[in-house]
Design a protein around this ligand. Structure first.
Ligand SMILES: [Zn+2]
Length: 142
């Protein structure tokens, strides 16, 4: 059974809601996520189509396929999104206690800075493994 969560940015101008089933967290260590968040980007897995966002949210086109949401007032990181279908991975930090999520996977784990590491027994995927997971399959529209 899913649970409805409410979250907000630092200043509160942006409000988000989403439903979660078994709240799972994902951490991404890629260079773009690190620059956008000053660390790993922790996102919360949400039920498809359940996300609502209100307030002065803006987005930055960070690559040919992705965009990054942020609050136009306080600059809080809001989401990592896909341009082709509008799907979004909400920042876990918007929610109290990261939505109660458990860390399940680290993407680009080999790009994690030498100065810190995340403890736990979550799956750690290398750059090669991460790209293989998300790369379009033959026949898919890019
Ligand atoms: Zn804000």
């Amino acid at each position: 059974m899913s649970v409805d969560l409410k979250g907000q940015c630092l200043c509160g101008a942006v409000q988000v809601t989403a439903s979660v089933d078994n709240p799972r967290l994902r951490a991404c260590h890629c260079d773009m996520c690190r620059r956008h968040t000053s660390g790993a980007f922790f996102s919360l897995e949400t039920v498809a189509g359940s996300i609502t966002v209100t307030g002065p949210a803006q987005s930055y086109k960070s690559s040919d396929w992705a965009e990054r949401g942020f609050c136009g007032t306080c600059g809080s990181t809001l989401w990592y999104g896909m341009q082709h279908d509008g799907s979004r991975n909400l920042a876990a930090g918007l929610f109290e206690n990261a939505g109660g999520g458990i860390l399940k996977v680290e993407f680009f784990a080999d790009k994690c800075p030498q100065g810190y590491a995340l403890s736990g027994d979550q799956k750690k995927m290398t750059t090669t493994e991460t790209i293989a997971l998300f790369a379009p399959q033959d026949g898919d529209a890019k």
